[in-house]
Design a protein around this ligand. Structure first.
Ligand SMILES: *Cc1c(COP(=O)(O)O)cnc(C)c1O
Length: 398
Protein backbone atom coordinates (compact mmCIF):
# COMPACT_ATOMS: atom_id res chain seq x y z
CA UNK A 1 0.00 0.00 0.00
CA UNK A 2 1.63 3.21 -1.18
CA UNK A 3 -0.74 5.68 0.47
CA UNK A 4 -2.03 5.69 4.02
CA UNK A 5 -5.67 6.42 4.79
CA UNK A 6 -4.53 9.85 5.99
CA UNK A 7 -2.68 10.55 2.71
CA UNK A 8 -5.74 9.54 0.70
CA UNK A 9 -8.12 11.69 2.74
CA UNK A 10 -5.81 14.68 2.36
CA UNK A 11 -5.57 14.13 -1.39
CA UNK A 12 -9.35 13.78 -1.53
CA UNK A 13 -9.87 17.07 0.29
CA UNK A 14 -7.17 18.89 -1.66
CA UNK A 15 -8.24 17.95 -5.16
CA UNK A 16 -11.94 17.24 -4.71
CA UNK A 17 -14.68 19.83 -4.24
CA UNK A 18 -16.09 19.65 -0.72
CA UNK A 19 -19.69 18.96 -1.69
CA UNK A 20 -19.79 15.95 0.68
CA UNK A 21 -18.69 15.37 4.24
CA UNK A 22 -17.97 11.63 4.27
CA UNK A 23 -17.19 9.60 7.36
CA UNK A 24 -13.41 9.25 7.59
CA UNK A 25 -13.16 5.71 6.34
CA UNK A 26 -11.35 4.89 3.09
CA UNK A 27 -12.77 1.72 1.57
CA UNK A 28 -11.07 -0.51 -0.95
CA UNK A 29 -13.01 -3.78 -0.93
CA UNK A 30 -16.60 -4.93 -0.65
CA UNK A 31 -18.49 -8.20 -0.57
CA UNK A 32 -22.17 -8.71 0.23
CA UNK A 33 -23.01 -6.51 3.22
CA UNK A 34 -19.34 -6.06 4.18
CA UNK A 35 -16.69 -3.52 3.21
CA UNK A 36 -13.03 -3.16 4.19
CA UNK A 37 -10.91 -0.04 4.59
CA UNK A 38 -7.31 0.41 3.42
CA UNK A 39 -6.08 -0.59 6.87
CA UNK A 40 -7.93 -3.89 6.66
CA UNK A 41 -10.75 -3.00 9.11
CA UNK A 42 -14.06 -4.66 8.30
CA UNK A 43 -17.40 -2.86 8.46
CA UNK A 44 -21.01 -3.65 7.74
CA UNK A 45 -22.52 -1.29 5.17
CA UNK A 46 -25.81 -0.13 6.67
CA UNK A 47 -26.36 2.60 4.09
CA UNK A 48 -26.06 0.63 0.85
CA UNK A 49 -25.14 3.79 -1.06
CA UNK A 50 -28.60 5.23 -0.37
CA UNK A 51 -30.24 1.95 -1.50
CA UNK A 52 -28.21 1.56 -4.70
CA UNK A 53 -26.70 -1.61 -3.20
CA UNK A 54 -29.87 -3.63 -2.56
CA UNK A 55 -28.11 -6.58 -4.23
CA UNK A 56 -25.05 -6.24 -1.98
CA UNK A 57 -21.50 -5.36 -2.90
CA UNK A 58 -20.20 -7.15 -6.00
CA UNK A 59 -23.18 -9.46 -6.23
CA UNK A 60 -21.68 -12.45 -8.08
CA UNK A 61 -24.64 -12.89 -10.43
CA UNK A 62 -24.60 -9.24 -11.48
CA UNK A 63 -20.80 -9.16 -11.79
CA UNK A 64 -20.87 -12.25 -14.01
CA UNK A 65 -23.50 -10.73 -16.32
CA UNK A 66 -21.60 -7.49 -16.51
CA UNK A 67 -18.31 -9.22 -17.29
CA UNK A 68 -19.97 -11.22 -20.06
CA UNK A 69 -21.35 -8.03 -21.54
CA UNK A 70 -17.98 -6.23 -21.18
CA UNK A 71 -16.48 -8.91 -23.39
CA UNK A 72 -19.11 -8.41 -26.10
CA UNK A 73 -20.26 -4.83 -26.55
CA UNK A 74 -20.21 -1.81 -24.26
CA UNK A 75 -21.59 1.24 -26.01
CA UNK A 76 -23.51 1.98 -29.17
CA UNK A 77 -25.27 5.25 -28.32
CA UNK A 78 -28.90 5.31 -29.37
CA UNK A 79 -27.84 6.16 -32.91
CA UNK A 80 -27.75 2.40 -33.36
CA UNK A 81 -29.72 -0.39 -31.71
CA UNK A 82 -28.22 -3.00 -29.41
CA UNK A 83 -29.41 -6.48 -28.52
CA UNK A 84 -29.69 -5.91 -24.73
CA UNK A 85 -31.88 -2.82 -24.48
CA UNK A 86 -35.09 -4.40 -25.86
CA UNK A 87 -34.88 -7.22 -23.29
CA UNK A 88 -34.33 -4.72 -20.48
CA UNK A 89 -37.20 -2.45 -21.58
CA UNK A 90 -39.59 -5.41 -21.83
CA UNK A 91 -38.60 -6.58 -18.36
CA UNK A 92 -39.03 -3.11 -16.85
CA UNK A 93 -42.52 -2.90 -18.34
CA UNK A 94 -43.45 -6.37 -17.07
CA UNK A 95 -42.22 -5.65 -13.56
CA UNK A 96 -43.69 -2.14 -13.26
CA UNK A 97 -46.91 -2.93 -15.12
CA UNK A 98 -46.19 -0.05 -17.50
CA UNK A 99 -46.30 0.01 -21.30
CA UNK A 100 -43.13 1.86 -22.26
CA UNK A 101 -39.93 3.06 -20.71
CA UNK A 102 -37.14 5.52 -21.38
CA UNK A 103 -33.68 4.65 -20.03
CA UNK A 104 -31.24 7.15 -18.55
CA UNK A 105 -28.26 6.85 -16.21
CA UNK A 106 -28.63 8.77 -12.96
CA UNK A 107 -31.72 9.24 -10.86
CA UNK A 108 -31.79 12.97 -11.53
CA UNK A 109 -31.91 12.29 -15.26
CA UNK A 110 -34.77 9.89 -14.72
CA UNK A 111 -36.64 12.60 -12.81
CA UNK A 112 -35.87 15.19 -15.51
CA UNK A 113 -37.25 12.74 -18.07
CA UNK A 114 -40.44 12.32 -16.06
CA UNK A 115 -40.83 16.09 -15.69
CA UNK A 116 -40.29 16.64 -19.42
CA UNK A 117 -42.72 13.87 -20.36
CA UNK A 118 -45.33 15.20 -17.92
CA UNK A 119 -45.05 18.79 -19.17
CA UNK A 120 -45.20 17.71 -22.79
CA UNK A 121 -48.16 15.43 -22.12
CA UNK A 122 -49.85 18.35 -20.37
CA UNK A 123 -49.43 20.53 -23.41
CA UNK A 124 -49.84 18.10 -26.31
CA UNK A 125 -52.43 15.70 -24.87
CA UNK A 126 -54.26 17.51 -22.09
CA UNK A 127 -54.24 20.80 -23.96
CA UNK A 128 -52.60 23.06 -21.37
CA UNK A 129 -51.38 26.25 -23.12
CA UNK A 130 -47.71 26.21 -24.06
CA UNK A 131 -45.28 27.13 -21.23
CA UNK A 132 -48.07 26.97 -18.65
CA UNK A 133 -47.90 23.37 -17.45
CA UNK A 134 -47.44 22.96 -13.70
CA UNK A 135 -46.20 19.95 -11.79
CA UNK A 136 -47.03 19.81 -8.10
CA UNK A 137 -44.29 18.57 -5.77
CA UNK A 138 -44.17 17.96 -2.03
CA UNK A 139 -42.30 19.73 0.73
CA UNK A 140 -39.24 17.99 2.17
CA UNK A 141 -38.76 16.05 -1.08
CA UNK A 142 -35.54 14.81 -2.59
CA UNK A 143 -35.55 14.25 -6.34
CA UNK A 144 -31.95 15.07 -7.28
CA UNK A 145 -29.58 17.95 -7.89
CA UNK A 146 -30.09 19.52 -11.31
CA UNK A 147 -31.16 23.16 -11.44
CA UNK A 148 -34.72 22.22 -12.41
CA UNK A 149 -34.98 19.58 -9.71
CA UNK A 150 -33.68 21.85 -6.93
CA UNK A 151 -36.31 24.32 -8.12
CA UNK A 152 -38.87 22.04 -6.51
CA UNK A 153 -36.87 21.46 -3.35
CA UNK A 154 -37.81 23.09 -0.05
CA UNK A 155 -34.33 22.52 1.37
CA UNK A 156 -32.72 25.97 1.58
CA UNK A 157 -29.18 24.61 1.28
CA UNK A 158 -29.95 22.73 -1.94
CA UNK A 159 -31.01 26.00 -3.62
CA UNK A 160 -28.70 28.53 -2.01
CA UNK A 161 -26.71 30.40 -4.64
CA UNK A 162 -27.99 28.34 -7.58
CA UNK A 163 -30.77 30.65 -8.77
CA UNK A 164 -32.62 31.59 -10.84
CA UNK A 165 -34.87 28.58 -10.34
CA UNK A 166 -37.09 26.90 -12.93
CA UNK A 167 -40.72 28.03 -12.54
CA UNK A 168 -43.83 25.87 -12.70
CA UNK A 169 -43.55 23.74 -9.56
CA UNK A 170 -46.05 24.57 -6.83
CA UNK A 171 -45.15 22.91 -3.53
CA UNK A 172 -47.64 21.40 -1.08
CA UNK A 173 -47.04 19.78 2.34
CA UNK A 174 -46.06 16.10 2.12
CA UNK A 175 -48.65 13.67 3.42
CA UNK A 176 -51.60 16.00 2.84
CA UNK A 177 -53.80 14.80 -0.03
CA UNK A 178 -56.27 17.65 0.40
CA UNK A 179 -53.43 20.13 -0.22
CA UNK A 180 -52.79 18.48 -3.58
CA UNK A 181 -56.47 18.68 -4.47
CA UNK A 182 -56.50 22.39 -3.59
CA UNK A 183 -53.35 23.11 -5.59
CA UNK A 184 -54.66 21.52 -8.79
CA UNK A 185 -55.86 23.92 -11.46
CA UNK A 186 -56.51 23.75 -15.21
CA UNK A 187 -52.74 24.01 -15.89
CA UNK A 188 -51.74 21.13 -13.65
CA UNK A 189 -50.07 18.39 -15.68
CA UNK A 190 -48.81 16.16 -12.91
CA UNK A 191 -48.02 15.45 -9.29
CA UNK A 192 -44.59 14.16 -8.28
CA UNK A 193 -44.40 12.20 -5.03
CA UNK A 194 -42.00 9.91 -3.16
CA UNK A 195 -44.15 7.11 -1.65
CA UNK A 196 -41.72 7.25 1.28
CA UNK A 197 -39.31 10.16 1.62
CA UNK A 198 -35.77 8.83 1.91
CA UNK A 199 -33.41 11.81 2.10
CA UNK A 200 -36.16 13.75 3.85
CA UNK A 201 -35.57 11.53 6.89
CA UNK A 202 -37.41 8.25 6.14
CA UNK A 203 -40.82 9.92 6.29
CA UNK A 204 -43.74 7.50 5.89
CA UNK A 205 -46.92 9.37 4.87
CA UNK A 206 -50.23 8.73 6.69
CA UNK A 207 -51.94 5.52 5.64
CA UNK A 208 -54.27 6.01 2.70
CA UNK A 209 -52.34 9.03 1.38
CA UNK A 210 -51.06 7.41 -1.81
CA UNK A 211 -54.46 6.00 -2.65
CA UNK A 212 -56.18 9.33 -2.06
CA UNK A 213 -53.64 11.18 -4.18
CA UNK A 214 -54.20 8.66 -6.95
CA UNK A 215 -57.98 9.22 -6.84
CA UNK A 216 -57.52 12.99 -6.91
CA UNK A 217 -55.16 12.80 -9.89
CA UNK A 218 -57.47 10.52 -11.77
CA UNK A 219 -60.51 12.71 -11.14
CA UNK A 220 -58.65 15.79 -12.40
CA UNK A 221 -56.88 14.25 -15.41
CA UNK A 222 -53.49 14.86 -13.80
CA UNK A 223 -50.57 12.43 -14.06
CA UNK A 224 -49.40 10.83 -10.84
CA UNK A 225 -45.65 10.22 -10.93
CA UNK A 226 -43.92 8.28 -8.18
CA UNK A 227 -40.22 8.72 -7.59
CA UNK A 228 -39.28 5.21 -6.42
CA UNK A 229 -35.57 5.70 -6.99
CA UNK A 230 -34.83 4.99 -3.34
CA UNK A 231 -37.95 3.25 -2.00
CA UNK A 232 -38.53 1.01 -5.02
CA UNK A 233 -37.00 -2.33 -6.02
CA UNK A 234 -37.68 -4.26 -2.86
CA UNK A 235 -36.39 -1.81 -0.30
CA UNK A 236 -39.65 -1.33 1.62
CA UNK A 237 -40.70 -4.97 1.60
CA UNK A 238 -42.63 -4.76 -1.67
CA UNK A 239 -41.20 -4.52 -5.17
CA UNK A 240 -42.56 -0.95 -5.25
CA UNK A 241 -43.61 1.15 -2.28
CA UNK A 242 -46.90 2.05 -4.04
CA UNK A 243 -47.99 -1.58 -3.60
CA UNK A 244 -48.47 -0.89 0.11
CA UNK A 245 -51.65 0.96 -0.87
CA UNK A 246 -52.28 -0.59 -4.26
CA UNK A 247 -51.87 2.91 -5.70
CA UNK A 248 -50.30 2.25 -9.08
CA UNK A 249 -49.12 5.56 -10.54
CA UNK A 250 -49.28 6.81 -14.15
CA UNK A 251 -45.50 6.89 -14.28
CA UNK A 252 -42.65 5.62 -12.15
CA UNK A 253 -39.00 6.63 -11.90
CA UNK A 254 -36.44 4.00 -10.95
CA UNK A 255 -32.70 4.27 -10.42
CA UNK A 256 -30.16 3.37 -7.76
CA UNK A 257 -30.62 -0.41 -7.25
CA UNK A 258 -31.65 -0.77 -10.90
CA UNK A 259 -27.91 -0.70 -11.57
CA UNK A 260 -27.29 -3.69 -9.30
CA UNK A 261 -24.73 -1.73 -7.29
CA UNK A 262 -22.27 -1.68 -10.17
CA UNK A 263 -23.43 0.79 -12.78
CA UNK A 264 -25.65 3.89 -13.05
CA UNK A 265 -28.99 2.87 -14.56
CA UNK A 266 -32.23 4.81 -14.30
CA UNK A 267 -35.51 4.71 -16.16
CA UNK A 268 -38.86 6.42 -16.46
CA UNK A 269 -41.69 3.99 -17.18
CA UNK A 270 -45.23 4.98 -18.05
CA UNK A 271 -48.02 4.51 -20.59
CA UNK A 272 -47.91 4.81 -24.38
CA UNK A 273 -50.00 7.94 -24.05
CA UNK A 274 -47.38 9.65 -21.92
CA UNK A 275 -44.13 8.38 -23.41
CA UNK A 276 -45.69 8.62 -26.85
CA UNK A 277 -45.18 12.39 -26.66
CA UNK A 278 -41.48 11.89 -27.39
CA UNK A 279 -40.44 12.00 -31.03
CA UNK A 280 -36.95 11.30 -32.39
CA UNK A 281 -34.68 14.12 -31.28
CA UNK A 282 -36.90 15.37 -28.43
CA UNK A 283 -34.83 13.92 -25.63
CA UNK A 284 -31.92 11.57 -25.11
CA UNK A 285 -28.70 10.50 -23.44
CA UNK A 286 -25.45 9.24 -24.96
CA UNK A 287 -25.04 6.49 -22.37
CA UNK A 288 -28.72 5.90 -21.55
CA UNK A 289 -29.75 2.36 -22.46
CA UNK A 290 -26.26 1.24 -23.38
CA UNK A 291 -25.69 -2.54 -23.58
CA UNK A 292 -23.90 -2.76 -20.22
CA UNK A 293 -26.62 -0.75 -18.48
CA UNK A 294 -29.31 -2.88 -20.09
CA UNK A 295 -27.62 -6.21 -19.27
CA UNK A 296 -26.96 -5.10 -15.69
CA UNK A 297 -30.47 -3.66 -15.24
CA UNK A 298 -32.05 -6.84 -16.53
CA UNK A 299 -29.90 -8.97 -14.24
CA UNK A 300 -30.72 -6.69 -11.30
CA UNK A 301 -34.49 -7.08 -11.84
CA UNK A 302 -34.24 -10.84 -12.40
CA UNK A 303 -32.23 -11.25 -9.22
CA UNK A 304 -34.70 -9.24 -7.10
CA UNK A 305 -37.52 -11.49 -8.25
CA UNK A 306 -35.70 -14.83 -8.16
CA UNK A 307 -34.27 -14.25 -4.70
CA UNK A 308 -37.47 -12.60 -3.42
CA UNK A 309 -35.53 -9.67 -1.98
CA UNK A 310 -38.76 -7.73 -1.32
CA UNK A 311 -40.03 -10.61 0.83
CA UNK A 312 -36.72 -10.76 2.70
CA UNK A 313 -36.77 -7.02 3.28
CA UNK A 314 -40.27 -7.24 4.73
CA UNK A 315 -39.48 -10.04 7.16
CA UNK A 316 -36.09 -8.78 8.27
CA UNK A 317 -37.21 -5.17 8.36
CA UNK A 318 -40.03 -5.92 10.78
CA UNK A 319 -37.66 -8.04 12.85
CA UNK A 320 -35.05 -5.24 13.05
CA UNK A 321 -37.57 -2.48 13.76
CA UNK A 322 -39.00 -4.51 16.65
CA UNK A 323 -35.51 -4.83 18.07
CA UNK A 324 -34.78 -1.13 17.66
CA UNK A 325 -38.05 -0.31 19.43
CA UNK A 326 -36.88 -2.35 22.41
CA UNK A 327 -33.90 -0.01 22.94
CA UNK A 328 -34.12 1.99 26.12
CA UNK A 329 -32.61 5.42 25.75
CA UNK A 330 -34.49 8.72 26.09
CA UNK A 331 -32.45 10.14 23.21
CA UNK A 332 -34.46 7.93 20.83
CA UNK A 333 -37.55 9.74 19.63
CA UNK A 334 -38.97 7.33 17.09
CA UNK A 335 -38.27 4.22 15.04
CA UNK A 336 -40.07 4.27 11.70
CA UNK A 337 -39.90 2.86 8.22
CA UNK A 338 -41.05 0.04 5.99
CA UNK A 339 -39.09 -3.07 5.17
CA UNK A 340 -35.38 -2.35 5.35
CA UNK A 341 -35.75 1.41 4.95
CA UNK A 342 -35.56 2.35 8.59
CA UNK A 343 -35.08 5.67 10.34
CA UNK A 344 -34.10 6.07 13.97
CA UNK A 345 -34.96 9.62 14.95
CA UNK A 346 -33.10 11.14 17.89
CA UNK A 347 -33.75 14.14 20.09
CA UNK A 348 -30.27 15.40 19.25
CA UNK A 349 -27.68 15.45 16.43
CA UNK A 350 -27.21 12.00 14.93
CA UNK A 351 -23.70 12.47 13.54
CA UNK A 352 -21.85 11.60 16.80
CA UNK A 353 -23.86 8.35 16.94
CA UNK A 354 -22.94 7.54 13.35
CA UNK A 355 -19.29 8.10 14.33
CA UNK A 356 -19.65 5.78 17.33
CA UNK A 357 -21.35 3.11 15.23
CA UNK A 358 -18.45 3.34 12.79
CA UNK A 359 -16.05 2.59 15.65
CA UNK A 360 -18.15 -0.55 16.27
CA UNK A 361 -17.84 -1.58 12.63
CA UNK A 362 -21.22 -0.37 11.43
CA UNK A 363 -21.32 2.22 8.67
CA UNK A 364 -24.44 4.41 8.72
CA UNK A 365 -25.07 7.96 7.77
CA UNK A 366 -27.19 10.52 9.48
CA UNK A 367 -29.89 12.15 7.38
CA UNK A 368 -31.67 15.40 8.13
CA UNK A 369 -29.40 16.00 11.10
CA UNK A 370 -31.26 13.89 13.64
CA UNK A 371 -32.12 10.65 11.85
CA UNK A 372 -29.91 7.59 11.52
CA UNK A 373 -30.84 5.58 8.48
CA UNK A 374 -30.57 1.79 8.60
CA UNK A 375 -30.77 0.46 5.07
CA UNK A 376 -28.49 -2.54 4.65
CA UNK A 377 -28.22 -4.48 1.39
CA UNK A 378 -31.34 -6.66 1.06
CA UNK A 379 -29.16 -9.77 0.83
CA UNK A 380 -28.37 -9.40 4.55
CA UNK A 381 -28.97 -12.52 6.69
CA UNK A 382 -30.72 -12.68 10.05
CA UNK A 383 -27.42 -13.46 11.78
CA UNK A 384 -25.79 -10.43 10.23
CA UNK A 385 -28.71 -8.28 11.30
CA UNK A 386 -28.44 -9.67 14.86
CA UNK A 387 -24.78 -8.67 14.89
CA UNK A 388 -25.72 -5.19 13.68
CA UNK A 389 -28.27 -4.84 16.45
CA UNK A 390 -25.71 -5.77 19.10
CA UNK A 391 -23.52 -2.88 17.92
CA UNK A 392 -26.45 -0.46 17.92
CA UNK A 393 -27.44 -1.65 21.40
CA UNK A 394 -23.86 -1.14 22.64
CA UNK A 395 -23.84 2.43 21.38
CA UNK A 396 -27.30 3.37 22.66
CA UNK A 397 -27.39 1.46 25.94
CA UNK A 398 -23.81 1.92 27.18
C1 LIG B 1 -31.06 9.43 -4.95
C2 LIG B 1 -32.38 9.94 -5.35
C3 LIG B 1 -32.55 10.70 -6.52
C4 LIG B 1 -31.39 11.15 -7.37
O1 LIG B 1 -30.62 10.11 -7.87
P1 LIG B 1 -29.13 10.40 -8.40
O2 LIG B 1 -28.71 9.10 -9.02
O3 LIG B 1 -28.30 10.76 -7.21
O4 LIG B 1 -29.23 11.51 -9.38
C5 LIG B 1 -33.84 11.07 -6.87
N1 LIG B 1 -34.89 10.72 -6.11
C6 LIG B 1 -34.77 10.00 -4.98
C7 LIG B 1 -35.99 9.64 -4.20
C8 LIG B 1 -33.50 9.60 -4.54
O5 LIG B 1 -33.38 8.93 -3.40
Amino acid sequence: MDYSAKDLMEMDDTYGAHNYKPLDVVLNKGEGVWVWDVEGNKYMDMLSSYSALNHGHRNPVIIKKMKEQLDKLTLTSRAFRNDQLPLFLKKVCEVTGMEMALPMNTGAEGVETALKATRKWGHKVKGIPENKAEIIACSNNFHGRTITIISLSTEEQYRDGFGPMTPGFPIVPYGDAKAIENAINENTAGVLVEPIQGEGGIVVPPEGYLKKVKEICKKNNVLLIFDEIQCGLGRTGKMFAWEWENAKPDGIILGKALGGGVYPVSIFASSKKVLGVFNPGDHGSTFGGNPIAAAVGLAALDYLIEEDLPGKALKLGNYFMDKLRSLENPVIKEVRGKGLLIGLELNEKARPYAEKLKEKGLLCKETHGVVIRFAPPLVITKDELDWAFEQVKDVFES
